[in-house]
Design a protein around this ligand. Sequence first.
Ligand code: ATP
Ligand code: MG
Length: 164
Amino acid sequence: MAVERTLVLIKPDGVQRCYSGEIISRFEKAGLKIAGMKMAWCNKQHAMKHYTEDITKRRGEFVRNKLLEFLTIGPVVAICLEGVEAVEVVRKLVGGTEPRTAAPGTIRGDYAHMSYTYADDIKKAIPNLIHASGNKDEAKSEIALWFTPEELHSYRTVHDVFNI
Ligand code: ATP
Ligand code: MG
């Protein structure tokens, strides 16, 4: 089944820079359906369930701790997006992890600039506006972490009606 769901978080830097509308609009214009959306200010326990030990394995304990701090400094906008190959398509629109090298035209490439080395120098998690599920398994567990089944909606958009 090619239609799938994925999780996006507009991280605190995106909310505080007032880019929420712009970011949501990019996904909508690409044909992705908003299945669920809410603003949430999460605590460290919740952040730890989002950025799990998997991050420690890939990025190290220091980066995970900075990320947990970063995710809890202000509210995030959590969005469950639905569409054809949504996990992959959303990652493409979001762009690479490091804003310095994220391709122009992507959200991170257009609206952020920081490098890994600069973030490490100032001992911060790299502010790159968005989180997006990395694969289908991540999407499944992350959607369940941020949304109850009642908060997710099934309805038709023009893309469903006209198969476009
Ligand atoms: P995300 O999971 O947030 O969608 P990603 O999948 O592109 O981003 P990950 O490897 O999962 O990247 O890292 C999670 C987040 O950790 C990144 O989005 C970034 O904010 C932060 N990060 C990763 N590496 C570093 C680093 N070396 N220094 C500072 N922050 C980092
Ligand atoms: Mg990731």
